[in-house]
Write a protein that binds this ligand. Structure first.
Ligand code: AGP
Length: 608
């Protein structure tokens, strides 16, 4: 996944492009570059971070006076991170310059065709093909040429294109990769995401697939693939700029851990009305729910972990069978979907390629799709029949925290909504559930006070080689998220394991000093977890346990215990994830890792 930005206006383009790319680095950061028009297209790009690009501009003492330009921050797909593979890419005659987020699937056949026409290539990327192809198709009209190029390329793309013969305009398009238009006063913008432009404008066009935009200093015109003009509503953003800033925290991740209670309140409370669950603007009626035979929940990564918690809670409360799938598996296994099934798609970014493909697979089977998404107007949101937004606010750190925890809260809301529709929950039981649900944000808030204790503990375990996170039932689902947090930001190998499964092989890996995190919040399974802790202790493990306040027996077996507030155990994953987020965070800090931008990762994986 990459970040692209473009500007045309009365000011110097370079500062705007660099500022915007700084807000998009979470989308990819292995190389960066910009191109501006100043008596021809001037391109400067480099392997490395945006700071390396700025350094290069300074060192080469370049004056970037152009008032129109495009920029790119990369997460490599075709071709290793290098100066020559970084974007923008130009046609060999320098007439065209392109930035691209996505993947061109037929780039090899296009490259063959262009090579036969005598064109030469300098990079290993698919994007350079687009620049050469655009030049090859160029007929003097940027929009018409873009339409012709779109007709020849297959894949996912958000494109921004400059042409030396039209120094006053940028043409751009999106298909399966996000792109939006920022509307300014006598200046206009394109970007992959809102934070890149929030400093300049709050008014946007959210582009749909195959919508082409012609951007000029004083006009923005949208076209369809028949070059017919399109009219669009302006999307006005109400976020404050600080929401996309670090606010004094060392890393966005800590800021977003701390923001969880607020995100939970914003996600839960507006949907609690007079002792009932009222889901905003969804077309799924209580009668529709009565007819649901089976629910398929499909997602990737942490969203998949939230989906597994969702399975436990929805099945327990509504008795509707739930099947959870990894999107990358679901989309290729020809899933068995019936007419009255419901597909729930979960995605923080709303742009994950596998998850978007899974959504389309479900719709191909004629199944209703309800999505749980954090980014308003994202591709998954727009292609769903119903959307329940998590109101977590922009999440910048690659490792999700508030995105995941607010997804959990929507799962709880859905479980109660389905339970009521299926008449599995009476009024009194519902009132009790709602009372417990209202307590989730304050329980999470109370656990943030563990920070100092965990910070100290992290120093002791920062050099662990392997970490196992074990639990049963919902605790096992919660363990998956805790394990991923540790892996993705501290690079320590970690595995989540069903505690009852450990003895079937993996316990052979437990040796002196191995760290095991044991989650024991489910009352009916508590004693079994205590036994599992004894099993691993007997083999030399160090055990950090999590239990509900009052279960002091666990202190007799574990080396360290974190207690979570008494709660409805269906909602316990919202609490147990907090100590694991903090532990992963402080171990990563202790190991000197870049917590917000872990190696090899990107915030939203918009490629397969
Ligand atoms: C979470 O910390 C990871 N960054 C990753 O697993 C993420 O959850 C996954 O890529 C899905 O992203 P999405 O929720 O934006 O679809």
């Amino acid at each position: 996944m990459c970040g692209i930005v473009g500007y045309v206006g009365l000011e110097q383009a370079a500062p705007v492009l660099l500022q915007g790319l700084g807000k998009l680095e979470y989308r990819g950061y292995d190389s960066a570059g910009i191109a501006v028009y100043q008596n021809g297209i001037f391109t400067i790009k480099t392997k490395g971070r945006l700071t390396d690009l700025k350094e290069k501009i300074k060192k080469e003492d370049i004056t970037l006076s152009g008032k129109i330009g495009i920029g790119h921050t990369r997460w490599a797909t075709h071709g290793a991170p290098s100066d020559v593979n970084s974007h923008p890419h130009s046609s060999e005659n320098g007439r065209i310059s392109v930035v691209h987020n996505g993947i061109i699937e037929n780039y090899m056949e296009l490259k063959e065709m262009l090579l036969k026409k005598g064109r030469k290539f300098v990079s290993e990327t698919d994007t350079e093909i687009i620049a050469q192809l655009f030049d090859d198709c160029y007929n003097g009209d940027m929009v018409e040429t873009m339409i012709e190029v779109i007709g020849k390329i297959r894949g996912a793309y958000a494109l921004g294109v400059l042409c030396t013969e039209h120094p006053d305009q940028i043409v751009a398009v999106r298909k399966d990769s996000p792109l939006l238009v920022g509307l300014g006063e006598k200046e206009n913008y394109i970007a992959s995401d809102i934070p890149a432009l929030l400093e300049y404008t709050r008014d946007y066009y959210l582009l749909e697939d195959n919508e082409i935009v012609l951007l000029k200093q004083n006009s923005v015109t949208l076209f369809d693939l028949n070059k017919k003009e399109i009219k669009k509503e302006v999307f006005h953003v109400t976020w404050d700029v600080s929401a996309a800033e670090k606010d004094g925290y060392d890393y966005f991740m800590m800021k977003e851990i701390v923001e969880q209670p607020e995100g939970l309140r914003k996600t839960i409370f507006p949907r609690l009305k007079e002792q009932a669950i009222q889901l905003d603007h969804i077309s799924l009626t209580q009668q529709d729910v009565k007819n649901i035979n089976k629910i398929h929940i499909v997602a990737c990564g942490s969203a998949w972990h939230a989906s597994i918690v969702g399975k436990y809670v929805i099945e327990k409360v509504s008795r509707i069978p739930v099947e959870v799938d990894l999107a990358s598996e679901f989309r290729y296994r020809n899933p068995i979907l019936q007419k009255n099934d419901l597909c729930i798609i979960v995605s923080q970014s709303g742009e994950t390629a596998d998850t978007l493909a899974a959504l389309r697979e479900a719709k191909k089977h004629g199944v209703r799709v309800l999505s749980i998404v954090n980014v308003v107007g994202s591709s998954i949101a727009r292609e769903s029949d119903d959307v329940l937004y998590t109101w977590a606010g922009p999440e910048i750190a690659v490792a999700t925290t508030k995105g995941y925890s607010t997804q959990l809260s929507v799962m709880y809301l859905l479980a109660l909504y389905f339970g009521a529709a299926k008449e599995h929950i009476g009024k009194e039981e519902m009132a009790k559930y709602i009372q417990d649900l209202k307590k989730v944000p304050e329980d999470v808030e109370s656990l943030l006070s563990l920070e100092e204790r965990i910070k100290t503990l992290a120093k002791e375990y920062a050099q662990s080689k392997d970490v196992f996170v074990i639990g049963r039932g919902i605790d096992y689902a919660a363990a998956m998220e805790g394990s991923l947090k540790l892996k993705e930001i501290s690079y320590i190998h970690s595995e989540a394991y069903a505690a009852g499964e450990l003895k079937h092989g993996t316990i052979s890996l437990i040796e002196d000093g191995t760290l095991v995190v044991a989650i024991a919040t489910q009352e009916a399974l508590f004693e079994k977890l205590v036994s599992n802790i004894k099993e691993v202790k007997a083999r030399g493990a160090r055990v950090i346990a999590m239990a509900v306040e009052g279960n002091d027996d666990i202190e007799k077996v574990a080396d360290e215990v974190f207690y979570i507030p008494k709660t409805n155990e269906l909602f316990s994953a919202s609490s147990t994830v907090v100590p694991m987020q903090l532990l992963a965070y402080y171990i990563a800090v202790e190991r000197g890792c870049d917590v917000d931008k872990p190696r090899n990762l990107a915030k939203s994986v918009t490629v397969e």
